[in-house]
Write a protein that binds this ligand. Structure first.
Ligand code: ADP
Ligand code: MG
Length: 395
């Protein structure tokens, strides 16, 4: 049963959103996560529901911290939604007044709770806390994809006590990433990069079966290149993963997968360097680190991607946070933006890199959940979502 099909007139709907937004000097500096929840909230309000919003922000570790209050978020959310939001704020998140306040909401009204992680019971998925949260609504909606890879009181917990549904944002994530796993249109190419092979082993193994092509970049590529016998100088290499990398390269070859590894690199003395120089693979000076991929690598990646119909990208090609080492990552973003393919980005840093490129609108899908998108692409269960879907099957 989908949210779109429900009659919610006069119902109180409790919604888990991801309002974990950056705040500086008491002001939200990027409201895109709030924007992400807007379609679901507009739908609920159009249907004549009242809405109780709940989210975490930062890591208060189970106690009240004034600087992690939802107060600045409330202001930003009022602007995004274009209507007043009632603060149902308690240092302990829940209280008699908070519960009464939720019950008193009229159709079309919106309220926001204080930071869920002021209570240690939230991340512990404490059943009593979940049951008390469930008192705030008659229906539960999970629209926070970013926390769905964890079973917390505010997702899997409340879902046990209320009729529960996926929000529009979560539904789209599940649909897009699910299709990539189950029935990707070929040619299907993945770009995998980022900092560590060890973070991404399950991802590589799960994707490899279905891929037609694979581009490996970022610090992760160093380990693969060294496994092939190349000298990477002072670059970050996971020496304890060389055998694993060799094994993966062997499997890639066996399955006839087109593979692109860096053929040139941008090197510098260290992460603090203000500029780098492009060198061919095997020309990395002993005291230098590879911090980005070079133009030849981009060209090879472009060639492989040209005819792709599905592209999944996880992991930047270099230290994109620094201008001097961002060309590889920005170049990949440009290549992807120009493709006639379903282009999908997963991973927190990768999504940030695409935003930095300014080319977001040319992508098919940029996942709103770093860890959650990786967990899904690894083929693992997302407890915050399966708690709802499983219930739906049982009903
Ligand atoms: P995601 O969050 O998208 O899954 P990761 O967390 O795996 O991506 O990797 C992102 C980080 O990898 C970035 O902070 C970037 O600076 C770093 N990185 C990429 N390439 C290199 C490199 N060659 N050397 C050191 N760090 C790198
Ligand atoms: Mg990351």
């Amino acid at each position: 049963m989908k949210l779109q099909d429900l009659d919610l007139a006069g119902k109180r709907v409790l919604v888990r959103v991801d309002f974990n937004v950056p705040v500086e000097a008491g002001r939200v500096t990027d409201d895109s996560r709030i924007q992400g929840a807007k379609p679901t909230l507009d739908l609920l309000l159009d249907k004549g529901a009242s809405v109780v919003l709940m989210s975490h922000r930062g890591r208060p570790k189970g106690t009240y911290k004034e600087d992690l209050s939802m107060a600045p978020v409330l202001e930003a959310a009022q602007e995004v939604l274009g209507r007043p939001i009632l603060p149902l704020f308690s240092d302990k998140v829940l209280s008699k007044e908070v519960i009464q306040g939720a019950k008193d909401l009229e159709p079309g009204q919106v309220a926001l709770l204080e930071n869920l992680r002021f209570r240690q019971e939230e991340e512990a998925n404490d059943p009593t806390f979940a049951k008390h949260l469930a008192l705030l609504g008659e229906v539960f909606v999970n629209d926070a994809f970013g926390t769905s890879h964890r079973a917390h009181a505010s997702n899997a917990g409340v879902a046990r006590y209320l009729p529960s549904y996926l929000g529009l944002l979560v539904e789209r994530e599940v649909q897009v990433l699910g299709q990539v796993l189950e029935a990707p249109e070929s040619p299907y190419v993945a770009i995998l990069g980022g900092s560590k092979v060890s973070d991404k082993i399950d991802l590589i193994e799960n994707l490899m079966e279905k891929l037609d092509g694979l581009v490996i970049v970022g610090a992760m590529a160093n380990t693969f290149l060294k496994a092939q016998g190349h000298d990477l100088g002072a670059s970050l290499v996971e020496d304890d993963k060389l055998d694993l990398a060799k094994g993966l390269l062997g499997r890639a070859k066996e399955s006839g997968l087109d593979l692109v590894l860096p053929s040139d690199l941008v090197v510098a003395k260290g992460l603090e360097a203000e500029s780098g120089q492009v060198v061919d693979l095997d020309q990395v000076p002993g005291d230098m680190m590879a911090l980005d991929v070079g133009p030849k690598t981009l060209e090879a990646a472009g060639g492989l991607l040209e005819s792709a119909k599905t592209v999944v990208w996880n992991g930047p090609a270099g230290v994109f946070e620094k201008e001097a080492f961002s060309k590889g990552t920005m170049g990949l973003a440009e290549i992807m933006a120009g493709l006639d393919a379903k282009t999908i980005v997963g991973g927190g840093d990768s999504a940030a890199a695409v935003k930095k490129s300014g080319l977001e609108d040319s992508f098919y899908h940029i996942s709103s959940g770093g860890g959650a998108s990786l967990t899904l692409l690894e083929g693992q269960d997302l407890p915050g979502i399966s708690a709802i879907l499983r219930k739906d099957e049982g009903q």
